[in-house]
Design a protein around this ligand. Structure first.
Ligand SMILES: [Zn+2]
Length: 178
């Protein structure tokens, strides 16, 4: 395994892990990952850890949909949806392939997902930050996630409420193989 990647492990970090690309429950309807081990860059892990602690203070938990994404899988996603508004083109490299991005939502203590107005990977403008066409409750929940992640040192992506990445993501090299 690449020495910069750390396994996100429910024992060490009280998060819920639901790697959607390791199942058929994703927009491609295909199982893209061969394993359901959740990996993240060790620098990003520290920020994730802080986000977990901040969420806990609010009686909330984090549920992770994706973190490190091998570059060949990024290419497959691009082939399914070649839209740079939502998927990073392979030549540019996704921050996920650098290990420094995470897709996630909030749950209550029991693990019930908070209503964010859309599901993960809904590729429409309803997923944009600043979209007023979602309910007040959904908007509040998105702001809560935004606040937790920003406080923990993550940058947001304006087209996807679930996506966060480190501010200096480009300085981390693409990791081709886990
Ligand atoms: Zn993402």
């Amino acid at each position: 395994m690449n020495q910069n990647l750390i396994k996100v492990n429910k024992k060490d970090l009280p998060v819920i892990i639901d790697l959607r690309y390791a199942s058929t429950n994703n927009f491609t309807k295909k199982k893209l990952y061969t394993s359901d081990i959740c990996l993240i860059h060790k620098v990003a892990y520290e920020h994730l850890h802080l986000a977990v602690e901040i969420a806990k203070k609010q009686n909330l938990r984090l549920k992770i949909f994706d973190a490190y994404r091998p570059a060949n899988i990024q290419k497959k996603l691009w082939d399914c949806l070649p839209d740079p508004n939502f998927i990073a083109p392979p030549y540019k490299g996704s921050p996920h392939s650098r290990g420094v991005a995470v897709d996630l939502t909030l749950t209550d203590k029991q693990g019930n997902e908070l209503d964010m107005g859309t599901d993960f990977d809904e590729f429409s403008r309803l997923s944009y930050h600043g979209c007023l066409d979602i309910s007040a409750e959904s908007y509040k929940n998105r702001l809560l996630l935004l606040g937790i992640m920003i406080d923990a040192g993550w940058d947001f992506y304006r087209n996807e409420w679930w996506h966060y990445q480190l501010f200096n993501s480009k300085k981390f090299p693409i990791i081709y193989e886990s």
